[in-house]
Design a protein around this ligand. Structure first.
Ligand code: DAH
Length: 334
């Protein structure tokens, strides 16, 4: 009976210690069982009352119970203090500077393209597009570029194994639109083009162009000049001047290169000069013939801007490679 009592007290004590939370509860359990008037202490006091032949075993049992409770209390106490050390420790250091997440931004090419689209939309142009993988028909033949033209050389155009190619100019979109639609047309086609150029500060194997095409009855060279000059001033400022120099493109006749006036500082002195920013011209009758327009009925003009060039001028970017490197510190300036 007495021995069972020891077992009972021990089981209760161990269960209570196991369930205890916090050092105050543990201390009250220590008093409850091991304190002067504690339950185990009371059992210790009864050892002397036990019959001599049972005393040894009983005493041993009580002492084991006392040791077990002491050990359990100690273990739990150290566990509890470990836990409180962890809670006090630097799980979350609120004094550390936060990790800043950058918001995405529009790429300077996209910003400039958007601006150009807006300017030409204001002049009545609609936005058109075409595929980047093209056929020789759209990139060359229909644009009056003869078979032996150097642009058709593998050194100047990326060819695919199946004879198709990566378009080397957005002029392809002129043909794609005219094959499907009748004049009047006023379209603007921004897009990527590809050429096997050695990459350096001003050349890349992928860059952007903006193609324009106007076709109607009685469209003149003067119309073209007005449109280009208006666009340049809208993009770069009213003080800009434009000049056209005679040039050659197979798909326009006559053709011209478009130059824009610009001011710059040289050795502390204000200088001014001319920058070439586009090609243009009156649509060659051979192109109209290639798309099946009735001969002599329509006239039109076309132009092609280098979009990267314009963005680089607008933002004073000196190296075209920066536009494709995805370098965040650079991109976040725009
Ligand atoms: N496609 C020409 C190029 O890649 C640019 C160009 C010149 C486009 C004259 C035109 C144009 O539409 O009329 O160099």
């Amino acid at each position: 009976m007495k021995q069972e009592q020891v077992t009972h007290v021990l089981e209760q004590a161990l269960a209570a210690i196991e369930a205890a939370v916090g050092s105050e509860v543990l201390e009250s359990l220590r008093i409850k069982y091991l304190g002067k008037k504690g339950e185990i202490s009371a059992l210790v006091k009864t050892i002397g009352d036990v019959l001599p032949e049972e005393r040894g075993e009983f005493g041993k049992k009580v002492n084991e119970a006392k040791q077990a409770v002491t050990a359990a209390l100690k273990l739990k106490q150290s566990g509890a203090s470990n836990a409180s050390v962890k809670l006090k420790g630097p799980i979350l250091d609120v004094t550390l500077p936060g990790r800043k997440r950058r918001l995405g931004r529009r790429h300077p090419i996209s910003v400039t393209a958007e601006q150009i689209k807006r300017v030409f939309s204001g002049l009545g142009f609609e936005i058109a597009s075409g595929p980047e993988v093209e056929t020789e028909h759209y990139n060359f033949d229909a644009l009056n570029i003869p078979r032996d033209h150097p642009a058709r050389d593998g050194f100047d155009t990326f060819y695919l194994n199946d004879g198709r190619l990566l378009r080397s100019q957005t002029s392809t979109v002129q043909i794609r639109v005219m094959e499907k639609r009748q004049p009047p047309l006023r379209i603007l086609a921004p897009g990527r083009v590809y050429r096997p150029d050695i990459v350096d500060a001003t050349h890349h194997y992928m860059f952007h162009q903006v193609e324009g095409l106007v076709v109607d009855e009685n469209v003149t060279f003067a119309d073209m000049k007005y449109v280009l000059e208006t666009a340049i001033r809208a993009l770069f400022g009213r003080e800009r001047k434009m000049r056209l120099l005679p040039s050659f493109f197979p798909f326009t006749e006559p053709s011209a290169e478009v130059f824009m006036s610009y001011d710059y500082l040289k050795d502390g002195k204000q200088e001014s000069g001319w920058l070439e920013i586009a090609g243009c011209g009156m649509v060659d009758p051979n192109v109209f013939e290639a798309v099946g327009y009735p001969p002599g009925k329509y006239t039109g003009f076309a132009f092609g801007f280098g979009l990267d060039r314009i963005a680089m001028l607008q933002y004073n970017i000196k190296d075209i490679r920066l536009l494709t490197e995805n370098f965040q510190d650079f991109l976040h300036q725009f």
